[in-house]
Design a protein around this ligand. Structure first.
Ligand code: PMP
Length: 394
């Protein structure tokens, strides 16, 4: 039977960039002891207290259909949190609850783009972005943020690509680079959106994991609240990846239309998960800081360990749960280096090429294993890199 091009083309036809990840999992299944520094998943599970809240909600009978756009209590809490964190007045009518940030990205692009429209995004990018854009029938157009600019996008280059486009997707703090966009960068990008009438789709799933500088949402910049769709999630901030709970915040009219998409696709998020999300948000910023703390500590550990040599050069991550490492001195691509490291030392990292073109010759290490194991893995990574360069340059 013929399959639609839209579903066949989701991954763009080539490799989806996850080959090293799949290989590491296969080696794991075959009994090898693999250190997984690949995906952004905490090494702790969801807190027991949140699970208790979820359990209590099921026993209280919250197991039927739930409000497909999100229960009022959750939309209220998200609105209050966003207002407090960003200073932008936000009401429950500005909030749509969705099954995770990924669903939020899809929903936001559905709202911004018609069939065949161009949707801009920044490379390096979270691996699903181009497929998400293709999934709504739009055309992904990447703009590179290069290592020479410390992976901050150049608004002038975005402006060149902007005529005729419908949306610009950004992510700060950034996966995969760990870079936190500066006010200057964000002001420049906001100017481009206003000048070319673009939606700004702002992926802020790492907003509680900021080590250097502040997290600035473009929604708070002048004239941006009515053209910005913010994607939020409890996956990273509350270690709730498996609960699939997140939101889109945006102008009321856009949220109303996006709610219709929920009716026709997911029919909302399970009520007991939404109740648990309310409980999780009620734990406040201290709880969020506790979840984030290991990643800052491990970022410091990695930067400390890589001091005093220039074979493996870390991009100084300012947030999120990753460190991007420049291994161009080895002469290998990120992918070849990652495969060698996996074969030699059973350490799995993501090749920079999995995230587009701009991070070629880099690898991304997720800071998601316990400190001593991370340290051992980084030493092995350094050893692998140093063995590849001529002694004079070490
Ligand atoms: N955006 C970014 C940048 C991510 O890294 C992730 C998950 N790794 C997501 C969105 C999706 O997160 P979730 O669907 O779990 O909320």
């Amino acid at each position: 039977m013929r399959l639609a091009q839209r579903i066949k083309g989701l991954t763009g036809g080539g490799s989806d960039g996850w080959d090293v990840y799949y290989k590491a999992n296969a080696m794991d299944a075959a009994g090898h002891d693999i250190t997984h520094l690949t995906i952004g998943e905490h090494d702790i599970g969801t807190d027991r207290s949140i699970l208790d809240a979820m359990h209590d909600a099921t026993l209280a009978g919250i197991t039927g259909y739930s409000a497909f756009n999100g229960i009022k209590g959750l939309r209220e809490r998200v609105a209050a949190r966003v207002t407090e964190r960003t200073g932008v007045p936000t009401t429950p009518d500005n909030v749509l609850v969705v099954p995770g940030g990924q669903a939020g990205l899809f929903t936001a692009h559905h709202a911004a783009c018609d069939e065949g429209d161009t949707a801009l995004f920044i490379d390096p990018y979270y691996a699903t972005y181009p497929g998400t854009i293709r999934g709504v029938g739009a055309r992904p157009h990447a703009i590179e943020a290069r290592p020479e600019r410390a992976f901050q996008p150049d608004p002038a280059e975005v402006a060149e690509a902007a005529p005729g486009a419908r949306s610009l997707l950004i992510n700060t703090p950034n996966n995969p680079t760990g870079v936190n966009y500066t006010r200057e960068t964000l002001d420049g990008l906001a100017d481009v959106c206003r000048a070319h009438d673009l939606w700004m789709i702002s992926d802020e799933v790492y907003d509680t994991q900021v080590w250097d500088g502040d997290h600035i949402t473009p929604r708070s910049l002048e004239g941006m609240a009515d053209r910005t769709l913010v994607i939020g999630s409890l996956s990273k901030s509350h270690a709730m990846t498996g609960s699939r709970i997140g939101w889109v915040v945006g102008p009321e009219k856009a949220i109303t239309h996006m709610s219709n998409l929920a009716t026709h696709t997911t029919y909302g998020v399970a009520g007991f998960i939404q109740e648990a999300a309310c409980f999780a948000l009620d734990q406040g910023p201290e709880f969020e800081a506790k979840i984030a703390e290991p990643f800052e500590r491990r970022r410091d550990l990695v930067l400390g360990l890589l001091k005093g040599q220039d074979v493996v050069r870390p991009i100084p991550a300012a947030g999120a749960m990753y460190v991007m490492l420049d291994i161009r001195a080895t002469g290998l691509s990120g992918e070849d280096f990652a495969l060698r490291l996996l074969d030699q030392h059973h350490v799995a990292v993501m090749p920079g090429e999995s995230f587009g073109k701009a991070a070629a010759g880099h690898v991304r290490a997720a800071l998601t294993v316990e400190d001593s194991r991370l340290e051992a893995a980084l030493r092995q990574l350094l050893e692998t890199a140093q063995s590849l360069v001529a002694p004079a340059t070490v």
